[in-house]
Design a binder for this molecule. Structure first.
Ligand code: ADP
Length: 309
């Protein structure tokens, strides 16, 4: 768990982090989103003591980060940045092994761990472990960056605009992968982004920042359906927030008991409303069957349009 208590940071007398309090539960995936200069990176860098608090404190698993050895502290975090930070003259394997080596792991354990992680980020070890970063695409380099961050099994991952430099297709693939890694490992993740779609897609909670203040801290569906301020509403696209909401709401949440004939076309209960709407448009129908164990259920266009009301 990471606990921010009234955290403040000033540069030249101006608060760039202004009295921020929030609790990141273990296993949460928190996306920090807001415009450039909002203080997202500073808050992230304060978490592993790269930047010091001027007021308040940050507790990481009950340790005040200002009071523990910063080097030992940083090893408990995996850190991923936009420019990957890979050592260009080191092979992929050596890059991934950086922290385990520092920790003095035996060679066979390091080798096994490197292969395990490369496989986890979809880089077949036999093909990639002996390459150099320059022999990889930007997306592949970032995968190595993610593998390196996970190498010593850190308690939490800090990610600062990790996909910012990638093209849209590569970016989407890496987002899916990090979401899978989060599900598989249950690691606590803090990810900085200025891309609201990324924040919505990945976050179990979104921390919205503006001018150094935390203006809303809530699950994506709540931020979209009930923005705390006009700034938050505008950031998430005004009316477009309704479209984004389709992607974070499940068919199961809106399906109703079937009356009369059950539609021929079906959609899974765990599918998103976006997928349901796409299926309706593609099939030219206004209702879909929702297969399940109990009595027959359906989702109709009206159930999507009507919202939770
Ligand atoms: P974001 O990540 O949301 O774009 P940052 O956390 O990088 O925002 O920066 C927040 C504010 O703090 C900006 O106005 C930035 O110029 C300022 N800032 C960040 N680091 C420093 C520094 N080392 N010295 C002075 N000002 C800084």
């Amino acid at each position: 768990m990471i606990r921010f208590e009234n955290v403040t940071k000033r540069y030249n007398g101006t608060a760039v982090i202004d009295d921020v309090s929030m609790v990141v539960e273990s296993g949460a995936f928190v996306t920090l989103v807001g415009p450039s200069g909002a203080g997202k990176s500073t808050l992230l860098r304060m978490t592993n003591a790269l930047v010091r608090c001027d007021g308040g404190r940050i507790l990481f698993d009950d340790d005040d980060v200002a009071k523990v050895d910063p080097v030992a502290l940083r090893r408990r975090f995996g850190y991923v940045i936009q420019s990957t930070g890979l050592f260009p003259h080191w092979t992929v394997a050596r890059n991934v092994a950086t922290v385990p080596k520092l920790l003095g792991w035996p060679r066979p354990r390091i080798a096994a761990r490197v292969d395990e992680l490369l496989a986890m980020v979809d880089l077949p070890p036999a093909e990639y472990r002996d390459r150099y970063p320059a022999e990889l695409s930007g997306g592949q380099q970032q995968r190595v960056g993610v593998a390196r961050a996970l190498a010593a099994d850190p308690h939490a991952l800090l990610m600062d605009e990790p996909f910012g430099a990638l093209d849209a297709v590569t970016r989407a693939a890496l987002q899916d992968q990090v979401a899978r890694i989060h599900k598989a490992t249950g690691k606590t993740i803090l990810l900085v982004t200025h891309d609201v779609d990324e924040a919505v897609k990945l976050g179990t909670r979104i921390a919205v920042m503006d001018g150094g203040r935390l203006v809303q801290y809530a699950p994506p569906a709540e931020v979209l359906a009930a923005p705390a301020t006009p700034f938050v509403a505008a950031l998430f696209g005004g009316d477009m927030a309704s479209i984004r909401l389709l992607d974070v709401t499940r068919v199961a949440d809106r399906a109703v008991a079937a009356e009369g004939l059950v539609p021929a076309v079906a959609i899974a209960a765990e599918a998103t409303l976006e997928a349901a709407l796409a299926r309706m448009l593609a099939e030219h129908v206004e209702a879909l069957a929702v297969p399940g164990d109990g009595p027959p259920r359906v989702i109709r266009l009206a159930d999507i349009v009507r919202g939770g009301r």
